[in-house]
Ligand binder design. Structure first.
Ligand code: ZN
Length: 116
């Protein structure tokens, strides 16, 4: 089990991560300017590419944001650090690398093998 200090550490880390992601999301959305007048077709192609890149980035950020929020919810609910599949505690080393981790090392490995 995680100590109260460790939990607080992860809470701080996740809260900071959530603020960073939310900020990045705002910029990704703001910077996309649809229907900008341009005579240059090459530039238009670049713009379309740019927009699709940004949309991909936006989806990735939203996904990350929901994972971070789910982890914070779990801290609040007192279930943080438990594997969602086998309910055994997730190693602190795993959480250090990926604080929004929902699976223990064994289950993660199992998922990877199954998807092969
Ligand atoms: Zn597990």
């Amino acid at each position: 089990m995680l100590s109260a200090d460790q939990l607080e550490g992860f809470r701080a880390k996740l809260t900071a991560a959530r603020a960073t992601i939310a900020d990045q999301l705002t910029h990704v959305v703001d910077d996309v300017s649809f229907g900008r007048d341009t005579e240059d077709t090459e530039e238009e192609t670049d713009e379309v590419e740019e927009i699709s890149n940004r949309l991909g980035m936006k989806v990735a950020l939203q996904d990350q944001l929901s994972r971070v929020s789910a982890a914070l919810d779990k801290i609040g609910a007192g279930t943080y650090g438990a594997c969602e599949r086998c309910v055994s505690p997730i190693d602190i080393e795993v959480l250090d690398v990926d604080p929004e981790s929902t699976l223990c090392r064994n289950c993660k490995r199992g998922t990877r093998d199954a998807s092969k």
